[in-house]
Design a protein around this ligand. Structure first.
Ligand SMILES: Nc1ncnc2c1ncn2[C@@H]1O[C@H](COP(=O)(O)OP(=O)(O)OP(=O)(O)O)[C@@H](O)[C@H]1O
Length: 590
């Protein structure tokens, strides 16, 4: 049965202030050393004019918690389907015009591997793909001169109607890789007459799922730009509060959605809620994309995703087209994901789960009690080197929500304007924190893993793992907030005795990315560890290309063992659905 037939059959009949400067005790009455060899000097080198068209002022201008759409402007709540934003109104740096916005040289020798039957050939230019006039015009407006490697391969695969599991390094353009073919597909599959007039249910043709509110909003903004004047409508739904506590506005948004939507971008929890209220139906879904797919299918989100994909009214694999994207894809998650796919192609751009070598990685041994003063030293160095500016933001990852608030407060008290983002903050606070960070008002943001994945924040020059994560993939995603789109970045990790279980995986990752590994770290890596381990087991061997799990073992769920990367972790990375019951407050993963 084709999607169109399935759809037809399924349709209902009716068719933050500056404070006195802190001087650490060991620096008082001394002049600070010079750091000629500072790694910061190469940060964010103006790669030929990179800056995405993404509007700084508008990003995450979203309404309050759990709402729909594209937010308030001037106090007036706007229609989520208002795609009349003019590209001219969006901010693009003059220096960036004509650059293509990305340093493609950084990707020239990137290894690409595909597996699966009859893999459509890659393209070299957008012009080689029939994306339609409207979308082509928007690609031109976005200043995307040529496709990134993942785009070169993924777009033709999806356009050829194939399911896809795609793994490509952080910041390499995965969002457009799934948005372009979806938009093109929705443009050619608009079935407006099938949406029953007056009914209270919305029937999106495409669904894009992502783990956090912020990422959903970001994808929504991107999709909206790419869809400008194409006739394709895009809406976003994310969690935060029950719909019936959100007053009139949410109902208005829902009514807007009923009028017809091409693409719905959502977080899983909110989507389940809307489906259960019969406000959204998945019957007409032709395209399903899971961004950060490994996160979406780990122990936290899997039940919700299964519910959405398997137990609701979504057309089955083979009828709908399914695409999964991430920078990391452990074998066990690949196994799970294969349930959702039909005769799919596996695409690996760069090593699966690897970090980009555009990011200089440093690991420093810091005792837990010394972390704050060490951080202070780094920040003072950045000021001395002129690398603590609006154009060189610093993102500091910590383990706990309480730790994030405490560090943010301490930094602010000591003359470093900072903000914090974590899952206990309400949506408006999270948005305010992001805006303040992006604008450089607070050039330091302290974050938990809620900001680890997907967020494309221009000018993040330095990611500091004040607390290292328990899982190496989280490390990959965290450091991937810098070194994006061909730019250089710096990632510094504070390693303490307690991080020993991560040492082996960290060393392997650093070797893969041609990074200098400190000898002491190598020694930690050689110690027997419990609960950590190397990467090769999770990624099916060290050889490039042996990454598609289908090459290693047949897809048998009974052989499936799940290792819980968050076991014992007191972080807010434990997603909503992993909290079975009890008075535990959801973490901020939606
Ligand atoms: N073809 C292109 N030309 C110019 N810029 C591009 C192109 N494709 C993507 N970009 C820009 O590159 C940046 C990174 O893209 P994107 O956020 O999609 O990366 P990603 O691979 O999804 O990263 P992550 O793994 O962290 O989610 C964005 O600012 C985007 O606008």
């Amino acid at each position: 049965m084709s999607w169109a037939d399935a759809v037809k059959d399924a349709m209902p009949v009716s068719s933050r202030p500056t404070r006195p400067s802190y001087v650490p005790p060991h620096l008082r009455n001394t002049s600070r050393p010079s750091h000629d060899s500072s790694p910061f000097s190469s940060l964010n080198e103006p790669s030929p004019g990179f800056r995405s068209i993404r509007s700084r002022s508008r990003e995450f201008e979203k309404p309050g918690r759990g709402q729909w759409g594209n937010g308030r402007r001037g106090g007036r709540e706007s229609n989520p389907f208002d795609v009349t934003e003019k590209f001219a109104e969006l901010e693009i740096d003059e220096e960036e015009k004509g650059s293509g916005g990305i340093n493609f040289d950084a990707y020239d020798d990137i290894p690409v591997d595909t597996s699966g039957s009859n893999v459509p050939p890659p393209v070299n230019t957008f012009a080689e793909i029939d994306l339609g006039d409207g979308l082509n015009e928007n690609i031109r407006r976005c200043n995307y001169v040529k496709p990134t490697p993942v785009q070169r391969h993924a777009i033709p695969i999806v356009i050829a109607g194939r399911d896809l599991m795609a793994c490509a390094q952080t910041g390499s353009g995965k969002t457009a890789a799934f948005c372009f073919p979806i938009i093109r597909g929705v443009m050619s599959n608009q079935l407006p007459k099938l949406t029953p007039c007056g009914a209270r249910t919305a029937y999106p043709l495409a669904l894009i799922l992502s783990p956090t509110r912020e990422l959903s909003c970001q994808i929504y903004e991107e999709a909206k730009k790419f869809s400008f004047q194409t006739g394709v409508k895009v809406a976003v739904a994310y969690g935060g509060a029950p719909i019936n506590q959100q007053g009139f506005s949410i109902h208005q948004k829902l009514r807007d959605l009923e009028r017809g939507v091409g693409i719905l971008v959502a977080t899983p929890g909110r989507l389940v809620d809307l489906i259960e209220r019969a406000r959204v139906s998945l019957r007409m879904i032709k395209y399903l994309a899971l961004d950060e797919a490994d996160r979406m299918l780990d122990m936290g989100f899997e039940p919700q995703i299964r519910k959405i994909v398997e137990q609701m009214d979504m057309p089955p694999p083979g009828v709908r087209q399914t695409m999964l994207f991430s920078a990391t894809f452990p074998n066990e998650i690949q196994r799970l994901a294969s349930d959702f796919l039909s005769n799919y192609i596996f695409l690996a751009v760069g090593r699966v789960g690897s970090s980009t070598d555009l990011i200089t990685q440093r690991v420093e041994f810091v005792q837990d009690m010394d972390k704050r003063s060490h951080l202070m030293d780094i920040l003072h160095d950045q000021i001395q080197n002129g690398t603590h500016t609006k154009q060189a933001l610093t993102l500091v990852f910590v383990e706990t929500k309480r730790g994030a608030d405490a560090l943010e407060h301490w930094l602010s008290m000591n003359g470093f304007p900072s903000t914090a983002i974590h899952g206990d903050k309400v949506q408006m606070e999270r948005e305010r924190a992001l805006r303040s960070f992006k604008s450089g008002t607070t050039p330091i943001m302290v974050a938990t893993d809620v900001a680890a994945r997907g967020l494309d924040i221009p000018h993040v020059a330095h990611v500091i793992n004040f607390d290292l994560p328990k899982d190496i993939d989280d490390y990959v995603h965290r450091i991937g907030r810098t070194g994006r789109a061909g730019k250089c970045g710096l990632a510094t990790a504070f390693f303490s005795e307690g991080n020993q279980p991560l040492a082996k995986a960290l060393v392997e990752l650093m070797h893969e990315a041609n990074q200098e590994v400190p000898p002491w770290l190598g020694q930690y890596a050689e110690r027997p560890s419990y609960g950590g381990g190397g990467r090769s087991h999770r990624y099916g061997g060290g050889k490039f290309g042996g990454k598609d799990f289908r090459r290693d073992a047949p897809s048998r769920r009974e052989n499936y063992y799940y290792s819980d990367p968050y076991a014992g972790a007191a972080t807010d990375a434990v997603p909503y659905a992993s909290v079975p019951h009890g008075p535990i407050v959801p973490s901020g993963w939606d």
